[in-house]
Design a protein around this ligand. Structure first.
Ligand SMILES: [Cu+2]
Length: 209
């Protein structure tokens, strides 16, 4: 009581001004430093002689906001297994020798990786993917040339679609649905990224060997 009486009016005014300024208005906070780096695939299997595969790194801050324009440095944990040709946030990878290596993307001392196995095995003629809320399981499948992938929707009230992006050949999309299944056959080798356009981050790939 006695203390409050002694606070001069300008101190109270300063306290109010600071409180108002801390609200931040309607602008989102500026992006923070790099907190995580992820690659579009965490594992991959390749065979010697097949087309180059492309991997892309994404850096995010602590709020999971994507940070673009960052310098990405590409490296491998084991020399000689793959050859890499960096191109900014992406890298082109070809198989060179049998074995396993990590492909590592470094952005401001944070790293993300994909484990790449170079094999001489043959790949299956078919693969199955379960469409869940909100992920494709598994999110990467490897098939032989002319193989077929079947997507089966887990029983759910939520619609999902399968929309293909930049692949080596055009594949017709599967429009949104909440049950049942549909298949696509792949007659050109390479990597086919796809996504559910209704749910950002719901991504998958088909690799045709
Ligand atoms: Cu979806």
């Amino acid at each position: 009581m006695r203390l409050a009486n002694f606070l001069p009016p300008f101190v109270l005014a300063l306290l109010v001004a600071c409180g108002g300024g801390g609200g931040g208005g309607t602008n989102p906070p500026p992006p923070g430093p790099v907190n995580s780096v992820t690659l579009d695939r965490s594992t991959a299997t390749m065979r010697i002689g097949e087309p180059a595969a492309t991997f892309t790194a994404t850096a995010r801050d602590a709020n999971n906001t994507t940070l673009s324009g960052k310098t990405v440095t590409w490296s491998v944990s084991q020399a000689g297994i793959v050859n890499i040709t960096p191109n900014g946030a992406s890298v082109s990878v070809t198989a060179a020798a049998l074995g396993t290596t990590d492909l590592i993307a470094t952005v401001e001392q944070k790293t993300g990786k994909a484990t790449i196995t170079v094999t001489n095995q043959s790949f299956p003629g078919s693969a199955s993917v379960t469409v869940n809320n909100n992920l494709f399981d598994p999110n990467n499948v490897d098939i032989a040339l002319n193989g077929t992938v079947t997507w089966t929707w887990a029983s759910s009230p939520t619609d999902h679609n399968v929309t293909f992006g930049s692949g080596p050949a055009t594949v017709s999309n599967i429009s949104q649905r909440s049950s049942g299944s549909d298949s696509r056959t792949f007659s050109v080798a390479g990597t086919y990224p796809y996504q559910c356009t209704l749910h950002p981050g719901m991504n998958g790939t088909v690799v045709v060997h």
